[in-house]
Design a protein around this ligand. Sequence first.
Ligand code: PHE
Length: 527
Amino acid sequence: VESNGSGRDLTLDILFELENNDPLQSEIAFPSVSQPDMQAALTRLASRAMLEYDPSESEHVVLTGEGRQIADEGSHEYKVWEAVKKSGRLSLKDPALATPSAKLGQGNAFKLKWVQKDGDSLVVCSGMDEVKDATRETLKYVDEFHTMPDPKQLKDYVKRKLVSTQKIITYQVRKGPRWAKEIPIEVTDLTSEMLEDGSWKTASFKDYNFNALGAQQNSGALHPLNKVREEFRKIFFNWDFIEMPTGRFVDTGFWNFDALFVPQQHPARDMQDTFYVSDPAEAGPPGSDPDADQALNTMEAQSQLFSTGEAAAAIPKLDYEQYYKNVRAVHQDGAFGSIGYRYPYTDSETTRLVLRTHTTAVSTYCLHRLAANPRPARYFSIDRVFRNETVDATHLAEFHQIEGVIADYGLTLGGLQAFLGKFFLQLGISNLRFKPAYNPYTEPSMEVFGFHEGLNKWVEIGNSGMFRPEMLLAMGLPEDLRVYGFGLSLERPTMIKYAVSNIRELLGHKVDLSFIESNAAVRLDKD
Ligand code: PHE
């Protein structure tokens, strides 16, 4: 409610005034109402077409401090004349004449021939027993009407710093097409009561505002990472991949490291790179978690149905004990064609709990599950992994890995390259390069580089390789079944797609929620 300061609603005051004063001039009818208040009240009434108004910019003349003093007390020359008249004759040395304004007034009073010198005193000129203080009169007029009709005089007064000018917006206000003395009650809903008592006939209905923005819906929004993840899942599903059960962020050293032949003294196992869980610090040996087996069996049943078109064969009990022995043998003594690392294997390392550092831990138990029923299969996963890294613009202590695993007879490295070419083409990356790399679980291994058109340079986009025979044979997979795998981060393509240069804008506590809410549905551009 706009208030004019008297506590009454300004809109009502305007309507009341306009009744008999049409058109009215806002600054005259409401001199003490501020321009923003007036504007707000007029906007409100005009939106109901109760009145119309035109703003105009005009110049307002107002008194300065000195001008105000003169309007109240009289001009400097008047004060001098008054002092001389009162005393009959006033010594030039009188302290009343010593102030700067009195000196100014004295000069003016001479010019106006109000007073004159007589020896060393001032006396009133003859016939000047009454004088008219025109300056004061003019300033009083300005104070009342905020205008000065004579432009020359205005200029003079401004120069003398008695008045100044201000631009103000005033309004000419007229009755509008839906003029009324009071704001009518506007009805928003037609009720059964109104129909019954007939009041609908005279009621004033509020117009629909088709321009009003709808109320903000606090709906959920998908995170960009989730959207890009969905795109990748679709690509995998289109190619008959089965999703691996990645629900366990915490896994044992056995699956995360030992089964992948990361040596037990490997620096990656250090506290530096790996988050170890302290409570509980340890789990049982491989195969001791029935929930994990359950998840694997579900995936396996799905996968068999998919690859053979038949419901899964009876699920054999997995032999984790033999597998564990095989892995241990490869590390310590060499086996399955590998000469091994030949160091004393520590069993307690295998049961330590870690936040998994890669999803290849999951691929490993999926491949072990496959060994119970060996056949060509394609698995993928996209989920969280954790590395104890220094956090910066491109690294967080956790990220998402996209991982793919393909098992088939007679696979070759060229086949892996061809597959990766096809895969990255889906992301709009058509130009790949492979660089020999090292993973303890794949041989050969290749880093994958893609040419980024936007950045105009080669960027590392993934890691890949053919799983080593001693890894697959230790699981019980047949000799001629080969498996290749690859991994990449979900964050990197997402950052490129959404033009995010700092990963902390994408993930973590610094994420701006409005960015999450407003970003477009994802497109993996084909061009
Ligand atoms: N685990 C690898 C990584 O974290 C990716 C990878 C998966 C490499 C499978 C080869 C085979 O980078």
